[in-house]
Design a protein. Structure first.
Length: 69
């Protein structure tokens, strides 16, 4: 089975993955554990996501299709 982000990574486009926890099965606190938020980690994740979007936005659609297969 091919990895979903493989074509983007080979094209030099930063790729990210996100696997959510099955918290829909669990009861969580009313504040959603906001005290566990790590601002530095959140900042770095947002930077990576923005780089991915910017890189994809500057590429022609045909190039994205050709390299994502």
């Amino acid at each position: 089975m091919a990895r979903r982000g493989g074509g983007l990574a080979r094209a030099g486009i930063p790729t990210i993955g996100y696997i959510p926890q099955p918290n829909y099965l669990l009861a969580g606190p009313a504040n959603c554990c906001i005290e566990k938020l790590e601002p530095a980690l959140l900042h770095s994740q947002i930077e990576v996501f923005a780089k991915v979007i910017h890189k994809m936005d500057t590429m022609p659609a045909a190039e994205l299709k050709a390299k994502n297969g």
